[in-house]
Ligand binder design. Structure first.
Ligand SMILES: CC(C)(COP(=O)(O)OP(=O)(O)OC[C@H]1O[C@@H](n2cnc3c(N)ncnc32)[C@H](O)[C@@H]1OP(=O)(O)O)[C@@H](O)C(=O)NCCC(=O)NCCS
Length: 188
């Protein structure tokens, strides 16, 4: 696995993020922000620079002082629920950074009292599906991923039917995206 450091977001990290932006492809930007944005949106950068930490927070991955990825959560109204998202710079993808970020971020959100997580993902985002299965499976929070209903996701094999009777990780297609919902039970 590549060598990198993961730590909580610190004030001013948005500058590291902007500096790293040349390492983010249009494809990765689209997978994260969906709208085909040509660069990190200004509104997003303004928001993360000023949002109260109890509302928005992140874990960052660094190598040699440079930001190579981040995983974030945003509380969605209820203090017990949050949206999560993440991005790893293209040349760092498939080297374990996303999995490490997700693990550390899930521990943080659980410590912060979040019980239910949501993640919107493009249909066919195989990396996220595998990552969630690995991370959440290992922590025994849930069984297998499943899709509610009977939809097929383009570009990927059908998600196996779940074996988790409590449905702690589920996914459904909503507004053209795959919406994951994860229930945390404190065993992270
Ligand atoms: C999703 C993302 C964060 C994963 O980060 P990463 O550092 O590549 O993840 P890892 O190296 O830890 O790999 C996680 C798993 O995904 C798999 N994977 C990674 N990239 C993949 C790809 N392009 N296609 C298929 N599988 C892929 C890995 O093989 C691994 O699976 P395994 O655990 O079964 O071996 C990264 O691909 C990314 O930034 N994508 C663009 C933004 C995005 O899609 N964000 C998610 C929506 S918010």
């Amino acid at each position: 696995m590549a060598r990198f450091l993961i730590r909580p977001w610190q004030d001013g990290d948005e500058r590291l993020l902007v500096r790293s932006a040349t390492g983010i492809s249009a494809t990765s930007l689209r997978s994260r922000f969906f709208a085909g944005v040509p660069r990190l949106p200004e509104t997003y950068l303004r928001y993360i620079s000023s949002a109260p930490r109890c509302e928005w927070d992140a874990q960052v991955a660094l190598c040699g002082g440079r930001l190579i990825g981040w995983a974030e959560f945003t509380r969605t109204g209820s203090p017990a629920e949050a949206d999560i998202a993440m991005l790893v710079l293209d040349r760092w993808q498939r080297r374990g950074v996303g999995t490490a970020l997700a693990r550390s971020m899930l521990r943080r959100v659980a410590d912060a009292g979040v019980k239910v997580l949501h993640a919107d993902v493009e249909l066919g985002n195989e990396a996220v599906r595998r990552l969630l299965t690995t991370v959440l499976g290992e922590t025994r929070v849930l069984g297998e991923t499943r899709v509610l209903g009977d939809a097929r996701m383009p570009g990927q094999t059908r998600v196996p039917a779940g074996s988790d009777p409590e449905g702690r990780l589920s996914a459904k297609i909503q507004d053209g995206l795959l919406h994951y919902m994860m229930r945390l039970d404190g065993q992270l």
